[in-house]
Every structure is written in structure tokens, then in C-alpha cells.
Design a binder for this molecule. Structure first.
Ligand SMILES: Nc1ncnc2c1ncn2[C@@H]1O[C@H](COP(=O)(O)OP(=O)(O)OP(=O)(O)O)[C@@H](O)[C@H]1O
Ligand SMILES: [Zn+2]
Length: 669
């Protein structure tokens, strides 16, 4: 008896037919994606596309069971599809595997419209946001998912019925004040962030003096110690000198002396800094002393309060004796850390010398960069009396690794399938009518996996969309356009002023009442507005408006919701360079924007941190992709396309923080 007999009798003929006919898109063939693809095949889904941009890594094999050792370096999507097919060989399953980025321009609105249901199995916010927007624009149900250790979540997102991914404000990544990182660390993580973002960046990353100065000025304006900030500026200037000589034989030794001796002595000279309660003065490190074993390791900062063992204050694992244990899980001695610092510095220098125009960046899987961060973080920790960490721990902390647990992924993948069946019950059969099916069945649910031994699974009926969400509440129109034959003028006059003007506007009684005036954007670029038509003669192609992007049309008065035209591939042979849907959309009114004061905004962004934390080490993306509907922008004086700056910042709420939690797996929980 074929496997499908059981499934068919369990699901019933109607739902089983939908399972067979619905085109499914799986985005990501990693931990969740592999489990999910296998489940879909076993249930009998017969028309699946899977996309992943990555190739298989050795570290994937412990939980991504569709991959084996010989598959290392091969594209994940292709191998996952080839293996999964074997789970249900007789069922006529079609899996279309694609090695690519879901954000590639070919993956436009028309492409996403080809699916009945999309399932995200991703590991980053950017791609999640992108797929969410595509699904909302094309009105395709999306099942979002994520795991973090033993926790997990499955969230179905259906246009107009449930919240979308952007309806919910995501927690701000953790941040630290600049001075904590650069002058007064007290925890191992402060030393790791310093090694990874500041020291690594200063020596091997992009050398941008302006960014550094700007960041320190902001820290000062945010209330951090002015004297200390001036010192940090001098320190940065001295760094530039050290960096120039890094390639010389004694380059790494000079860096060591500057960073772990001179800079610490300079900080010690700032008496006031150490008067603050809880601050522990660092001890400058001595290269020769460490190498010949005469350097006395500073006691751990908390050791003073601990009972003294054998008449000696507790110190880092640096007595000069090697401790036993696995290489990565053993604490290095102080001398080993110093040797590793010199060695990793030389390895990184050699890379910079062979490719001078390619700045390096930290990568937890790049041994040279990890060794450098391990050694520098431990050396700094030793100077400040902070416990050292092993290579394994530094990798975990610097790479923001939350252990991935195969069982969690498997449970979440199973729950995705359960929710997909709940969604399919309510959708029409792809091959028949457009009317929604009335099949009864369990309601669509957000499901949570949690560490509760009695009830590990929790669920919620999804909330309704947030009326102020600028992703799912906006209007989207697919525009098939031959970009080499369509000018911006044609788009404005024929598509916007003629076609869109005939649409139905909420609350508008007559055709010519309050004629709407439009501004045209692509992303943050202003391309045209009622007083700015300099780009009208230029082809869209020439304006870098490409397939997959969106031309956003905003009403000048901010009365209506923005309308986004999703650029899709046009027909080069047709008489008109563009083609539009057969019916015009309904344009709803924009919600009334609550008055926002600058202070309130600062308060929300900084969360529980003191004002000093507004200072920065690196920049993260806007907290919200919301661009307030109808924000008025004036035409640039010099004509041509303009990137928005100050005004844009107001609406996109940019903030600067030290990024500690870049990997955002846990943010969606
Ligand atoms: N923009 C994108 N387009 C296509 N696939 C993506 C995109 N962003 C991420 N992915 C894929 O999503 C998958 C997420 O899987 P997972 O969270 O298990 O991460 P991983 O990279 O396999 O594991 P780890 O990060 O622990 O090494 C990855 O295979 C990744 O390549
Ligand atoms: Zn939304």
C-alpha cells in the first residue's frame, strides 16, 4: 500500500488534494529547513521550491541530517532536495532547488505570487523582513519560525488577518557604553566586544577617522566623561601610527606595548576615573616579564572579597603551568595568550599585506580572527582582573552562538507542517475557485516551545495586524515594466497620475475633490515630486530602478497610505513599456500619526540603559522600517536623485549601539 493512503485518510480527500497541489516555498535549508523539507516530502507535498544561499559546512552536519561529509562545500538547497526526494520516492514529488539569495532581484512579486504558501527557515532579520514584505505585497500566507536553544516559535502570518513580521517591534540588541568597552571593562564580554569590534577593527578593518571621531563626539554629547573621550581620541590617532608599522618584524610587539601597557598607564593617570565605586584599577602588562615568567599576574577583581586560598589571591589561569583538557576548552596561560596574540597578529598582517584593499572583518569561523580576539580579550581581562575565557567560550560569545539543538528544530519543523495544514484548510484549492474554502478545522495558531516540563507547548491565537504597520497596511501593485523603454516621466504621468488617480480613495467622494499630489521614491531615494521633475526623461533602468525593487508613491499631504509598485519583468515586445493589473486598488487613509517628541523617542530607543549608552561603537539598521506615511520632503535644489539624510533619520529612527547580538535568532521569540 503506498504511503499516501494513510495520509489521505487522515487528512481527508479535500485537504490532501490541497497538499498535493499547493506550491510551497521553503526559504533556508539549514537546521529547521532540512527537517521541514523532509517532513513536507513525507506528508506528501508534491510541489516544493527550496532556496538557500549557502554551502554545507562541517559544523552543519550535527543537526542538518540531509547532509553528509562528502556534501561539504556543496550548495545546501541542492543537496537537501536530492536527499529529501528519497524519503518518498514513489509519490511524484517535484522539488525545485535553488542556490541563491532570496533577496536576488529575480525573486520579485510575480515570482512569489507563484506560491500558495511560504515557509521561512531563516537565521537573520534582514531576510525575514524581506520575505515578509514580499508575502504581504503578494498576499501569500507565510509561516515564520525560529529556534534558540530549547526555545522555539512558529508564527503564521496572513495578510489582513494576522500580525505581520513587522507589526511587532523587535527587542533592541544589547549595547554597552563606549567608556565601558574602551576604558573600564568589568566583565569578560566587555573584553571580547573590545577585541572584536574596537581593536580588531582599528588594526585590520576599514580605517575611517571620521566615523571614529563622530562616534566619540556622540558619546561625549550623550554624557560620557569628556576627559576620557579626549584621551580616546588621542589613542585613536596613535593607533593610526601603529597600524602603519604593523607589517614590520616587531609590529605586533609594538601593538602589545601600546595597548596593554601605554594606554593602561595613561588611563591610570586619570585619577578621577578610578574614584567611582566598584571600579578596579587595571595593571599594565609587561611583554618581557610575561615571556620570561617574572610578571606577577594581577589578582581577580572579585578575589579581594573571596577567602584567600593558600595565602594567595585567586588569579587567572596564568601561573605558567598548562592546564589539561581539550584544546578549545582549556584556559590558556598568560604566556600562551601573549604568544597567540603575536602569532595571530602576524597571520592577519600577512593577509592585509597580500590584499591591501580588502579590510578584514571578524568571523567566528575564521581561525585567524578568532585567535586574535581570544588572545586580546584574555590579555585585557588579565590586566583588569577579569576571569579569562576558553577558545570555545570566546567563540560562543563573540559569535553570538546560541547552541542549536536538533530536537528543537525537529519539533518546530513538525509544528510548521501542522500550521500549514490549518492554513490550507482555509484556502481555496489552487486548481479551482477563488472563493475561500469553508472547511472547518483547528484555528491558525502561534505556537511556542518553552522550557516548561509540564506544558512544553504553548499557543496563542494570532493578533490582528497593527493598523500603523507600514509593511502590511500599505498598498502594493505589481508593475511589469520594460525598464529600458520606460522613463520616470512615463511612470509618473501614465501610471501614477492617470491610472492611479482613478483608483478608489477612502473617504473621497468625487473624482476631482482634493487632487492628490505625489512624491516618488525608490527606497530612501527621492526620484520626483510635484516641484522636481529633473529625472522625467531618464529611463528607469538608468535610474537604477531594477527588477525586485519598489517604486514608492507617497501622497504629499500624508493623507493616504503609500502605494508601492513592485518592479517585475516586462514584455520587451509589447507596445506599451509597462502593464498594470486589470483593476485599480483601494487606497486607504493613513492612520493619524500620534505626536512624537524627541525625548520620547530617545527613551524608547535606549530601553533600560542610562543616557550615556546612546553613544556608539557601530551602527545597526533602523529599529523600524516604518517611514511615517506622508512625511513631507522638499525637492532637492540640485535636481537629480537625492539620498535622504536628516529628514530620513527622523522617520527611520536610526540609532547607534555596540552590536553584541547581531545573530538575531532569539529576537523573534
Ligand atoms: N537571504 C537568504 N537567502 C537564502 N537563504 C538564506 C538567506 N539568509 C539565510 N539563509 C539560509 O538560512 C539558513 C538558516 O539555517 P540555520 O539557522 O540552521 O543556520 P546555518 O547557517 O545552517 O547554521 P550556523 O549559523 O549555526 O552555522 C542557512 O542555511 C542560511 O544559508
Ligand atoms: Zn504588519
Amino acid at each position: 500500500m503506498p504511503r499516501s493512503t494513510y495520509t489521505e485518510s487522515l487528512l481527508g480527500p479535500e485537504l490532501y488534494k490541497k497538499v498535493r497541489e499547493t506550491r510551497i516555498l521553503v526559504v533556508g535549508a539549514g537546521g529547521i529547513g532540512c527537517e521541514l523539507l523532509k517532513n513536507l516530502v513525507l506528508v506528501g507535498f508534491a510541489n516544493i521550491e527550496i532556496i538557500d544561499l549557502d554551502t554545507i559546512d562541517l559544523s552543519n552536519l550535527n543537526r542538518q541530517f540531509l547532509f553528509r561529509k562528502p556534501d561539504i562545500s556543496k550548495p545546501k538547497a541542492l543537496v537537501a532536495a536530492a536527499t529529501a526526494r528519497h524519503f518518498n520516492p514513489s509519490s511524484g514529488i517535484e522539488i525545485h532547488a535553488r542556490h541563491g539569495n532570496v533577496k536576488d532581484s529575480v525573486n520579485d512579486l510575480e515570482w512569489i505570487k507563484g506560491f500558495g504558501l511560504v515557509m521561512n527557515a531563516l537565521d537573520n532579520m534582514d531576510a525575514r523582513r524581506h520575505v515578509n514584505k514580499l508575502c504581504q505585497a503578494a498576499n501569500i500566507p507565510l509561516i515564520e519560525s525560529g529556534t534558540a536553544g530549547y526555545l522555539g516559535q512558529v508564527t503564521p502570518m496572513i495578510k489582513d488577518k494576522t500580525e505581520c513580521f513587522d507589526c511587532v517591534v523587535k527587542p533592541a540588541p544589547k549595547s554597552f557604553p563606549v567608556c565601558t568597552i574602551r576604558s573600564t571593562p568589568s566583565e569578560p564580554i566587555h573584553c571580547i566586544v573590545w577585541g572584536k569590534t574596537y581593536l580588531f577593527g582599528s588594526l585590520f578593518g576599514e580605517d575611517d577617522e571620521d566615523v571614529d571621531t563622530e562616534e566619540l563626539d556622540k558619546a561625549k554629547a550623550g554624557g560620557e566623561n569628556a576627559e576620557e573621550i579626549e584621551n580616546l581620541k588621542k589613542e585613536a590617532a596613535a593607533f593610526r601610527e601603529v597600524r602603519k608599522n604593523l607589517g614590520e618584524e616587531d609590529g605586533p610587539q609594538r601593538v602589545f606595548h601600546k595597548v596593554f601597557n601605554e594606554d593602561i598607564n595613561r588611563l591610570l593617570a586619570m585619577e578621577d576615573m578610578w574614584k567611582k565605586e566598584g571600579r578596579v584599577k587595571p595593571v599594565p602588562l609587561d611583554y618581557e616579564g610575561i615571556m620570561n615568567g617574572t610578571f606577577e599576574t594581577p589578582p581577580l577583581r572579585h578575589a579581594a572579597q573571596l577567602p584567600v586560598a593558600n595565602g594567595q589571591a585567586q588569579a587567572n589561569g596564568s601561573s605558567g603551568q598548562k592546564k589539561e583538557g581539550l584544546k578549545d576548552q582549556r584556559e590558556l596561560t598568560l604566556q600562551e595568550n601573549l604568544e597567540l596574540f603575536i602569532d595571530s597578529c602576524k597571520r592577519l598582517c600577512a593577509r592585509i599585506i597580500s590584499h591591501p584593499n580588502i579590510p578584514l572583518s571578524f568571523d567566528k569561523d575564521d581561525d585567524d580572527t578568532l585567535d586574535f580576539v581570544l588572545a586580546t580579550a584574555n590579555l585585557r581581562a588579565t590586566a583588569y582582573g577579569i576571569p579569562n575565557k576558553t577558545r570555545f567560550q570566546v567563540k560562543e560569545m563573540a559569535g553570538n552562538i546560541i547552541p542549536a539543538i536538533a530536537t528543537t528544530n525537529a519539533i518546530i519543523a513538525g509544528l510548521i507542517v501542522m500550521q500549514s495544514l490549518n492554513i490550507l484548510r482555509q484556502l481555496p484549492l489552487p486548481s479551482t475557485s477563488n472563493e475561500a474554502s469553508t472547511s472547518a478545522g483547528p484555528a491558525i495558531r502561534n505556537v511556542y516551545l518553552r522550557t516548561d516540563a509540564i506544558r512544553p507547548l504553548g499557543y496563542m491565537i494570532p493578533a490582528e495586524p497593527d493598523p500603523s504597520c507600514s509593511v502590511c497596511r500599505d498598498v502594493y501593485i505589481p508593475l511589469k515594466v520594460d525598464l529600458t523603454r520606460c522613463t520616470l516621466g512615463t511612470f509618473v504621468n501614465d501610471v501614477v497620475k492617470t491610472w492611479l488617480a482613478q483608483a478608489q480613495f477612502e473617504g473621497k467622494e468625487t473624482e476631482d475633490e482634493d487632487e492628490v499630489e505625489w512624491t516618488i521614491f525608490e527606497g530612501g531615494r527621492l526620484l520626483a515630486d510635484p516641484d522636481f521633475d529633473d529625472n522625467y526623461e531618464r529611463m528607469l533602468d538608468d535610474l537604477d530602478v531594477t527588477r525586485g525593487k519598489m517604486l514608492t508613491v507617497r501622497d504629499e499631504d500624508g493623507k493616504y497610505r503609500p502605494v508601492h509598485f513592485g518592479i517585475c519583468e516586462g514584455d520587451a515586445q509589447s507596445a506599451l513599456p509597462y502593464s498594470l493589473p486589470s483593476s485599480q486598488p483601494f487606497i486607504p487613509l493613513a492612520p493619524v500619526k500620534p505626536q512624537e517628541t524627541q525625548d520620547e523617542e530617545e527613551f524608547t530607543l535606549l530601553d533600560s540603559l542610562p543616557p550615556a549608552a546612546s553613544s556608539s561603537v557601530s551602527e545597526v539598521a533602523p529599529i523600524s522600517s516604518n517611514t511615517a506615511a506622508g512625511t513631507k520632503r522638499s525637492a532637492p535644489d540640485d535636481g537629480d536623485v537625492k539620498d535622504l539624510t536628516a529628514e530620513d533619520e527622523q522617520t527611520t529612527k536610526k540609532r547607534k549601539v555596540v552590536v553584541v547580538d547581531e545573530d538575531d535568532d532569539f529576537e523573534i521569540l
